[in-house]
Design a protein around this ligand. Structure first.
Ligand SMILES: NC(=O)c1ccc[n+]([C@@H]2O[C@H](COP(=O)([O-])OP(=O)(O)OC[C@H]3O[C@@H](n4cnc5c(N)ncnc54)[C@H](OP(=O)(O)O)[C@@H]3O)[C@@H](O)[C@H]2O)c1
Length: 230
């Protein structure tokens, strides 16, 4: 029998790339607001808004072997232009929605199962205008490490921290060649991320190949967080 994976998000962006890598070998459940790009894929779609809805778990199997949480935001502004409501909104999308789903699915996660969450390069490397998103992704990193400790050895939990990756979420920052070149030049590996760069790591973390990894924050960022080549 195929193993079951739940993705919150996956209708486009990094999550969709993950589905394309896992589709053949796993039974996949995708919970998201839209499903336009899923029609040719062998997945079960659950209509779900992670901010406002409660996940209908009756549509899920009793046992989950993998869980990936994709919703996120990029809200870049000077700190003084970010009222508390902006921080609360980013926390809702990135973090509280994850906690709510986790409460509903944690008992479905079986022995040797694996969870993957997403942070951002901006948690490890301080960047101007990132206070709100860095704070909400920082919450995910601390949460993931605590979950990994609390549920070891039964459930593994790891986090991927990407730098800018070409997806609908990052469209506003990458919508012409000049912006793409500028963003690329900030990275030691001189390009922005492709969805497969991130999806490759996520699928590795879901699979048994990563069976001795848990509680890790993995930087997939073209070297941005750790190297200074200028
Ligand atoms: N792209 C980047 O540059 C970048 C950089 C650093 C970190 N990240 C993080 O990586 C993760 C994936 O990013 P991405 O670029 O693939 O994002 P994306 O292009 O916005 O895709 C997000 C996915 O999550 C779903 N989603 C968003 N809000 C949702 C909600 N309220 N309820 C249910 N589903 C929701 C979307 O589907 P629906 O709209 O159909 O619901 C979509 O399938 C995010 O956590 C992001 O913060 C991305």
């Amino acid at each position: 029998m195929k193993k079951n994976i739940l993705l919150i998000g996956g209708s486009y962006g990094i999550g969709l790339a993950i589905i394309k890598e896992l589709e053949k070998d796993y039974t996949i459940y995708v919970a998201s607001r839209t499903n336009d790009e899923l029609s040719d894929l062998n997945v079960t779609h659950i209509s779900f808004d992670a901010v406002s809805d409660t996940l209908d778990t009756s549509q899920l199997p009793d046992e989950l072997h993998g869980f990936v949480f994709c919703p996120g935001s990029i809200n870049l502004k000077p700190f003084k232009m970010l009222p508390i409501e902006a921080f609360q909104k980013d926390m809702e999308v990135n973090f509280f929605s994850l906690v709510k789903v986790m409460h509903l699915i944690i008992d479905k996660m079986v022995e040797n199962s694996s969870m993957v969450f997403f942070s951002s390069v901006a948690v490890n490397k301080g960047m101007p205008f990132h206070t709100s998103i860095a704070a909400s992704k920082g919450a995910i990193e601390g949460f993931a490490k605590s979950i990994a400790a609390e549920y070891a050895p039964k459930i593994r939990c790891n986090v991927i921290a990407p730098s800018i990756t070409n997806t609908p979420l990052a469209k506003r920052l990458l919508n012409n060649d000049k912006k793409i070149d500028l963003m690329a030049s900030r990275h030691p590996l001189n390009r922005v991320g492709h969805v497969v760069d991130i999806a490759n790591m996520a699928t590795f973390l879901i699979k048994e190949k990563s069976a001795w990894m848990t509680g890790q924050i993995i930087n997939i960022d073209g070297g941005l967080s750790t190297l200074n080549v200028n």
